[in-house]
Design a protein around this ligand. Structure first.
Ligand SMILES: *[C@@H]1O[C@H](CO)[C@@H](O)[C@H](O)[C@H]1NC(C)=O
Ligand SMILES: *[C@@H]1O[C@H](CO)[C@@H](O)[C@H](O)[C@H]1NC(C)=O
Ligand SMILES: *[C@@H]1O[C@H](CO)[C@@H](O)[C@H](O)[C@H]1NC(C)=O
Ligand SMILES: *[C@@H]1O[C@H](CO)[C@@H](O)[C@H](O)[C@H]1NC(C)=O
Ligand SMILES: *[C@@H]1O[C@H](CO)[C@@H](O)[C@H](O)[C@H]1NC(C)=O
Ligand SMILES: *[C@@H]1O[C@H](CO)[C@@H](O)[C@H](O)[C@H]1NC(C)=O
Ligand SMILES: *[C@@H]1O[C@H](CO)[C@@H](O)[C@H](O)[C@H]1NC(C)=O
Length: 690
């Protein structure tokens, strides 16, 4: 009994719903092997890469795709409209160059094909003639991105429900209602249909109510539909209809694509099976902006500016570097050679107790001289600080380093090291000289106890002479001291004289013509020709040495107020045959009286106004050493010199000594001439120098 009942039930079910159950789902569309078996394409519609492309960006085109089989839309028994639920994912890829149009319609149509349709604003749904005709039997849901006033479109981005007409019965701006908070406060969020994003649409029809919902594909379906309207489709739909999509472009173009589609008239959850992930994106990348002319020109401008800036910076850097290289080249020789002698600033700073004023032992032309202790307070040094930032200070520094640094002689103050803190802050570190400068011994110490004896003075002068000789001849290039004077002669612990202050020294090749544009030296020690021409030479050093000799032996400064210049005074004494009266009265001369006279004469000769008549430093040293044999061998073109040197041992008349043989001009002539030369220059030098 049960089996027939079961069969009857089955039969009844099949009667109730014999052909009405339609379910299909497309997650991507197959172009091969036989698309016609499932989808029918019209117009320019095509399937490419699993995407149903209704239109590409061809203008005034129409594309339509229908499920290939006609489906029942009304109950064959009751003729009531069957419910349906469809969901699909579409994309409208906008045109890169122009405005985009026009739209996609999901539709039920009684026939296949695109006869009776137009492109552009007609969306491939109707044409101008049949739009609004009740005999169309067409129902559609349009996604329209163009506002046609003739169809009362609300805006250029709307969703509408069309019944036989493009003038929608209902429409709303595209978007969705947020699900809202617990209080039911919902927010409408617009969605731009043709921004290239993929959108999922749900269209449900049941009990004369149609719901249309749209959201970005992949997002959760909004609970509240965008459109939820009562709609009686009984008179619109025929018993069997074709279902599908149509789309159109006009002058405005865009690609209309369907990526996935489900349809059912029984299962309202079928849309949940659409795959919403891993779909291609048709959002136009930002490169569209990059490619715009405006952007490109701005980019070019920025690049140009950046490149210019880099170029400028590079130029400045390179120039600075070149300058530094140049400076380094200037200093490199000695910096490299004397590298081991470089002393750290910190050591010097602590050695001089932070350059304490109490440690100042002298003030030179370019900076103070400090006494300091180095190597843990064991070694006494004198630190000459050249703080001048001028290039003169720099030049002086280099001069001292490059001359004094290389010169080693027992009668020269030796350079212990140097220090460079920053540009313009240099220090020279000398051996400390316990007994200070010679001028203090001669002029400042009235105390008999400290007065130097005649022998001591002669020893000192001898030492100075050999120091100068070393400068002039002892090294591969000729070094002029240029500033020989008592205060530049320092005395060490053993009263050995040492020449210092090579700041004014210049190194000259032996053969090189010696020229200078600047008179350097100290007034009173300047040879007449230096004052006149500014030219320094070994002879001018000899002159200064001669003055030093007279100064040391006579205990008088070269120039003292209200008195004859030292040289003229001694000269006068000599002419009167009273040269020994010139000797420093404080000085004990007991045994060295002959020697003292010879040295005074030597001093006068060295300070001769005529540079040609001055002996060379070598000859001076030879006189001191009493090595006459060598003196005669020495090449002396000047008769008067050799004559004088011959006479040095046997005291002749002072006139003869001074001016040579009587065949020369008379003493008075020469004297007058020389005086005029020397006095005029002396006077001018006094005026300039003091
Ligand atoms: C659009 O599609 C048609 C037919 O497939 C083709 O001839 C045309 O070149 C396509 N146009 C563009 C812009 O892709
Ligand atoms: C469309 O109309 C043309 C003539 O204008 C006709 O040849 C064609 O068969 C029609 N297509 C359909 C599907 O009705
Ligand atoms: C609209 O379509 C119908 C049916 O195909 C046709 O008879 C009519 O001429 C068309 N109208 C226009 C303006 O194309
Ligand atoms: C949707 O359309 C209705 C009228 O049909 C209107 O009242 C409502 O404001 C619209 N909503 C939006 C978000 O446009
Ligand atoms: C349409 O939406 C309304 C409101 O959310 C809902 O009550 C109704 O059940 C929906 N109808 C269909 C057919 O989905
Ligand atoms: C729907 O329309 C048909 C005729 O077009 C009518 O017979 C039917 O009563 C209507 N149904 C509703 C619920 O309005
Ligand atoms: C309806 O479709 C959903 C999603 O594909 C599926 O999970 C469910 O089993 C279907 N229901 C029926 C009754 O077929």
């Amino acid at each position: 009994m049960e089996a027939p009942l079961f069969l009857l039930t089955l039969f009844l079910i099949s009667l109730i719903n014999p052909i009405s159950a339609v379910d299909f789902i497309f997650n991507g569309f197959d172009d091969s092997p036989s698309p016609s078996s499932r989808l029918s394409l019209f117009g320019i519609a095509k399937i490419e890469s699993k995407i149903l492309t209704l239109t590409n960006q061809t203008s005034f085109s129409t594309g339509r795709a229908l499920y290939s089989q006609i489906i029942p839309t009304k109950d064959p028994v009751t003729s009531s409209v069957l419910p349906f639920s469809t969901s699909f994912i579409f994309t409208m890829a906008p045109s890169k160059n122009t405005l985009s149009g026009h739209g996609i319609v999901f539709l039920f149509a009684p026939t296949t094909g695109i006869n009776g349709t137009s492109s552009a604003q007609h969306l491939g749904l109707f044409n101008l003639t049949n739009n609004g005709n009740p005999n169309n039997h067409v129902f559609g849901v349009e996604f329209d991105v163009f506002a046609n006033q003739e169809f009362n479109d609300i805006d250029a981005n709307h969703v509408g429900i069309d019944v036989n007409s493009l003038s929608s019965v209902y429409s709303n701006t595209s978007g969705f209602w947020s699900d809202g908070d617990g209080n039911g406060n919902r927010v409408f969020k617009p969605l731009k249909l043709n921004d290239g994003r993929n959108y999922q649409v749900w269209i449900d029809y049941r009990d004369f109510v149609i719901n249309v919902t749209i959201q970005v594909a992949g997002e959760i379906r909004p609970k509240i539909p965008l459109l939820s309207k009562s709609l009686n489709l009984s008179g619109v739909l025929e018993d069997e209809m074709f279902v599908g999509f149509t789309a159109a472009t006009g002058r405005l173009v865009q690609s209309h694509m369907i990526l996935a589609w489900s349809f059912s008239n029984s299962n309202f959850s079928l849309g949940d099976s659409l795959i919403t992930t891993g779909l291609p994106s048709f959002v136009i990348p930002k490169e569209s902006i990059v490619k715009s002319k405006w952007f490109v020109s701005v980019l070019v401008l920025i690049c140009f500016l950046v490149v210019s800036l880099i170029g400028l910076v590079a130029f400045v850097v390179v120039r600075k570097r070149l300058e530094r290289e140049r400076k380094r080249a200037l200093m490199e020789d000695w910096e490299m050679e004397y590298w081991p002698h470089r002393i750290s600033y910190e050591e010097i700073e602590s050695g001089t107790k932070g350059f304490d004023e109490k440690n100042v032992i002298g003030i030179g032309g370019n900076g103070k001289v400090y006494k300091g202790l180095l190597q843990g307070g064991v070694v006494e040094v004198a630190v000459k600080r050249i703080s001048q930032e001028s290039s003169d200070g720099m030049r002086e520094f280099v001069a001292e380093i490059s001359s004094l640094g290389r010169l080693k002689h027992r009668n020269l103050v030796s350079l212990r090291g140097w220090c460079k803190k920053d540009i313009g802050s240099f220090m020279l570190i000398y051996d400390y000289m316990d007994n200070g400068s010679l001028d203090r011994w001669i002029f400042e110490r009235d105390d008999k106890k400290y007065t130097l004896s005649c022998e001591e003075r002669i020893q000192i002068l001898k030492g100075v002479a050999s120091g100068i000789l070393y400068l002039h001849e002892g090294w591969e290039s000729k070094v002029l001291h240029r500033d020989i004077k008592a205060s530049n002669v320092l005395l060490d612990r053993d009263m050995i004289p040492r020449l210092s202050d090579f700041g004014l020294a210049r190194v000259h090749g032996h053969e090189q013509a010696i020229r200078t544009t600047r008179v350097v030296g100290t007034a009173g020690y300047l040879a007449p020709e230096v004052v006149k021409t500014g030219r320094a030479s070994t002879q001018t050093d000899v002159f200064a040495y001669g003055i030093l000799v007279l100064e040391v032996m006579c205990g008088r400064r070269p120039i003292e107020e209200g008195k004859k210049p030292l040289m003229d005074w001694v000269w006068g004494l000599m002419e009167k045959g009273e040269i020994l009266r010139g000797l420093d009265p404080r000085m004990t001369t007991s045994q060295a009286i002959d020697e003292a006279e010879r040295v005074l004469q030597l001093g006068l000769l060295c300070a001769h106004p005529d540079p040609r008549k001055r002996p060379s430093m070598r000859q001076v040293v030879q006189v001191f050493e009493g090595d006459k044999a060598e003196i005669f061998e020495a090449e002396s073109s000047e008769d008067v010199e050799s004559w004088m040197l011959k006479k040095m041992g046997s005291r002749g008349s002072s006139q003869e000594f001074w001016y040579g043989s009587s065949s020369h001009p008379t003493i008075e002539q020469i004297r007058l001439h020389s005086l005029s030369v020397s006095l005029s220059s002396w006077n001018s030098s006094i005026l300039e120098g003091r």
